[in-house]
Design a protein around this ligand. Structure first.
Ligand code: HEC
Length: 479
């Protein structure tokens, strides 16, 4: 029996090939960014040859080799610690998927039968949310010089709204996905940024960390590569006052070639009127100084007087930042983990949503800790040699800045899911080609062997994907 199992494992190992085993992992987890006109366009991963040619680099970024396996894979990019808390749309490879890729590489990375290759998913080109109610386009394209430097630019869009707007979602649509690294959005009274806009003779104005405004404003949305926008569920939403402008700060990534960008913003209105208005609290701190050649830890607390439901959180600091940890402690001492970012990366920040509205009972204290490395060991330190750093908006300043969106708590909020409900139109249609055939059986078998969960796989809806689903699929196909 043992020999048989060994034989099975060995023959399975030798059977690992790109078409059947590797293509679904790469196409589902990497290709959304690693294809032309996307943020990872410099390294397309769209076919066997692409993946074969870059296999050593891929082995490194997904987890290193077996003996130097790093706990924090670089790809797919997902800075928060998934063991600390569960967040919406986490990006990661299962250990078994990492092993499958590493085993495949050590077996010489064979292609297998091209006909069995997993189809590249259809990546949404337009909005990920549907038909927008309003679209604002940049009036002029922004020129990004290929000098390999970061470029931060703010663009103002006049809403021209004589009435308040009830918003269910706001979506930033990068024009040039290769150039746009991330974006944040705020609203201000009409004209509030006019002076800033006239600073230089180019469209928009230069801005770093924030919007360069004198007042703090709510952040109402953002963009990071690979993250879908979130629509506020049910009767929850945000009201934008009459006569507002929207300002978008865009971070253009360092590029080696000149590029142009013409981005746009989509606004979605609530179909019914908003009954529960989203509020934002900015949990910030401005009274610090970071001495040179030192690692400084700043911990701040925020008292929560009444029950709230957290909608999202955006921990934000600059280039000295090393890590974040944020949790709540209830009055009876229970810890509610919110988010932990063990290796802060300025280039990969975003709004983080819990999967379900997260209740924080009144009487709790939220504790946030950020560690800053102002030594020369920090390769991102903007000062060489290190010098005193103070809070502020500029590249050489630091921040301790955490916008939190929340609602007053209502019973049942814990069950309100914040993501998109993944609708399966045809159970068993694993490759989404609108038909059921032997290819789907192969993919289903593989996904079970590789511990993957592909959509439309749970044919008998028993919430586990196993041999029973395969049997059912074969029965359906055989009619
Ligand atoms: C959300 C977008 C995104 C996803 C998903 C993604 N990548 Fe990347 N990848 C990038 C970007 C951007 C870079 C450039 C480095 C950076 O900004 O971190 C990169 C860099 C790389 C590099 C080059 C590293 C180097 O040092 O040159 C490799 C290899 C890579 N990714 C492989 C993968 C693989 C394999 C997957 C899937 C398991 C994946 N990526 C998923 C965006 C992505």
């Amino acid at each position: 029996m043992k020999n048989f199992i060994l034989y099975f494992i060995i023959s399975f190992l030798y059977g690992i090939n790109f078409s059947e085993n590797i293509s679904p992992i790469i196409y589902n987890n990497c290709t959304s960014c690693h294809r032309p006109n996307e943020i990872g366009a410099f390294l397309p991963l769209e076919n066997y040859q692409d993946v074969y040619d870059n296999r050593s680099l891929i082995a490194y970024v997904i987890g290193g080799s077996d003996d130097i396996r790093h706990d924090n894979p670089l790809m797919p990019p997902w800075p928060p610690n998934r063991e600390f808390s569960s967040l919406l749309y986490e990006r990661y490879l299962e250990d078994s998927e990492i092993d499958t890729i590493l085993d495949w590489i050590s077996l010489g990375a064979p292609q297998g039968n091209l006909d069995l290759e997993y189809p590249i998913p259809e990546f949404p080109d337009g909005s990920t949310l549907g038909e927008p109610d309003l679209i604002f386009e940049m009036e002029e394209s922004h020129f990004v010089e290929g000098n390999y430097e970061d470029d931060y630019r703010c663009f103002v869009f006049s809403l021209d709204n004589d009435q308040e707007l009830e918003m269910s979602a706001i979506e930033f649509r990068p024009g040039n996905r290769q150039a746009v690294h991330h974006a944040i959005i705020t609203y201000v009274p009409h004209g509030a940024a006019d002076n800033l806009e006239n600073q230089d003779n180019q469209y928009g104005y230069e801005c770093y960390g924030g919007f360069n405004l004198d007042t703090t404003t709510d952040l109402i949305g953002g963009y990071a590569p690979g993250l879908s926008s979130v629509e506020y569920p049910e009767n929850i939403g945000r009201t934008i006052p009459a006569n507002s402008d929207i300002i978008v700060q865009v971070h253009y990534a360092p590029l080696l070639t000149d590029q142009e960008d013409l981005s746009s913003v989509n606004l979605f209105f609530k179909e019914e009127s908003i009954e529960r208005e989203i509020e934002q609290h900015i949990f910030d701190y401005w009274e610090f100084a970071l001495p040179p050649n030192q690692i400084t830890t700043i911990t701040r607390t925020l008292y929560v007087p009444d029950d709230i439901s957290m909608v999202n959180i955006l921990p934000h600091c600059h280039l000295l930042g090393q890590s974040w940890e944020i949790y709540a402690t209830t009055s009876d001492g229970t810890i509610i983990p919110i988010i932990q970012i063990p290796f802060w990366d300025f280039d990969w920040q975003s709004f983080y949503y819990p999967e379900y509205l997260l209740k924080i009972p009144g009487g709790s204290t939220i504790t946030a800790t950020c560690v800053y490395d102002n030594t020369s060991n920090n390769p991102n330190n903007p000062n060489s040699p290190p010098s005193w750093v103070y809070p502020g908006d500029g590249t050489n300043d630091e921040m301790f800045f955490i916008p939190i969106e929340y609602l007053d708590y209502q019973i049942g909020d814990e069950n309100i899911y914040l993501g998109k409900i993944d609708e399966c139109l045809l159970y068993g249609d694993i490759n989404s080609d609108n038909g059921l055939n032997v290819l789907d059986v192969v993919l289903l078998v593989n996904s079970i062997l590789n511990n993957q969960e592909l959509s439309c796989s749970d044919l008998n809806l028993d919430e586990v994907i196993n041999i029973l689903d395969i049997v059912l699929l074969i029965e359906i196909i055989l009619g």
